[in-house]
Design a protein around this ligand. Structure first.
Ligand code: NAP
Ligand code: GDD
Length: 323
């Protein structure tokens, strides 16, 4: 019998890579999508595998539909990737962020507890939960105190704690993957990597003349979504439900990102990058660098991409797209 997986947020960056991965492994894949007014672009990231997927209209904030879908699918594995995932935007729509990311997670956990307790549950937790706490050796890990500095980080911390509590209190197989930033050509273009790469390519081809950014001094531990969705499946299939950190262990600043991308395209970022107040945040996470020793040693997870090969792939994507 093929395993049955349900992915919330299947139309997102990670949802699309995870769906491909699970289909390759022989899973029967179900996913929840939202109704949108521009239907043509809604499933752009999964159109190439659409005929192999079972899709349902739904929204995590609607507990009735969450119950109905879980009742119908009776999944072996649930991957909760749906979220209002943009940190800066979470300052603009904090209530929606909490309703989707925290209460939405609770809706799934309650449905699993009541009508599908056999389902394993993966929660897309985030390094944003650490806020500005860093261990003395310069890394964040499971034991690092969490102190989020955005509505997004706070919403994810609530969902993280609920996921732990349903494991310890109700003995369900629930796990958190604390994933550090991960990117790809499928990344939304308002996140900094894809914004920088896309705009740099547009500048090279004369479509734009400048790139407006916020804070250039923050640092992130950037990996590739292709690698990180593989970690999600390993996490859920480990015999003991628990929480894990997934990261590259290397960190680069937004300035480094600009420098590398523009250099690859034969330009100097200093000639084009302008700072604009509107891209700064009320409060910033300054530095992220994750210690993923445990998942590497215990589950054998290892990323295929480096920062450079990932950015090169994104540059190739936008060059062929814009040509
Ligand atoms: P993404 O591209 O923004 O995808 C988010 C998905 O959630 C989209 O399919 C979106 O649907 C859906 N969604 C949003 N609100 C919803 C709601 N109320 N009900 C149902 N679906 C809803 O994000 P991603 O990069 O793939 O990230 C996947 C998950 O990992 C998110 O939970 C994110 O917070 C978390 N995470 C991401 C990173 C990272 O660096 N990428 C790191 C740590 C954790 P629409 O397409 O209709 O908007
Ligand atoms: N988006 C954006 N746009 N960020 C900018 C810009 C800009 O114009 N200019 C500078 N930055 C800086 C941000 O201030 C932040 O320090 C860094 O670039 C990364 O921003 P994002 O790419 O928006 O990602 P994020 O780190 O805030 O959040 C992502 O990673 C989290 C994990 O740490 C998201 O994917 C979250 O969903 C995820 O949980």
């Amino acid at each position: 019998m093929n395993k049955v997986a349900l992915i919330t947020g299947i139309s997102g960056q990670d949802g699309s890579y995870l769906a491909e991965h699970l289909l390759d492994l022989g899973y029967e894949v179900h996913g929840i999508i939202r109704r949108q007014s521009l239907t043509e672009r809604q499933t752009e990231r999964i159109d190439h595998i659409d005929h192999k997927l079972n899709l349902y209209y739904g929204d995590l904030t609607d507990e009735h539909c969450v119950y109905k879908i879980i009742q119908e699918v009776q999944p072996d594995e649930v991957y909760n990737l749906a979220a209002m995932s943009h940190v800066r935007v979470s300052f603009d729509i904090p209530a929606f962020t909490i309703k989707t990311n925290s209460l939405g997670t609770l809706n799934i956990l309650e449905a699993i507890r009541n009508i599908a307790p056999q389902s394993k549950f993966y929660q897309a937790s985030s390094s944003e939960m650490f806020g500005n706490n860093i261990d003395d050796d310069g890394f964040q890990r499971l034991s690092t105190t969490m102190n989020p500095v955005s509505p997004y980080g706070s919403s994810k911390l609530m969902a993280y704690n609920l996921t732990k509590q349903y494991r310890t209190g109700y003995k369900l197989h629930t796990c958190n993957g604390i994933l550090f930033n991960h990117e790809s050509p499928r990344r939304g273009t308002t996140f900094v990597t894809n914004k920088v790469v896309k705009t740099a390519v547009e500048i090279k081809y004369g479509i734009k003349t400048t790139l407006e950014l916020g804070n250039l001094d923050s640092s992130r531990d950037w990996g590739h979504s292709y690698d990180y969705v593989r970690a999600m499946r390993l996490i859920l299939n480990y015999e003991t439900p628990r929480d894990w950190v997934v990261s590259t262990g290397e960190t680069k600043s937004v300035r480094d990102l600009c420098e590398y991308t523009f250099n690859q395209l034969g330009m100097n970022y200093k000639d084009y990058v302008i700072q604009d107040e509107k891209y700064f945040r009320k409060e910033e996470v300054n530095y992220l660098r994750g210690d993923s020793t445990e998942i590497r040693e215990t589950l054998g997870w290892k990323p295929k991409y480096t920062f450079n090969t990932m950015i090169d792939e994104m540059i190739d994507f936008w060059e062929s797209n814009l040509k």
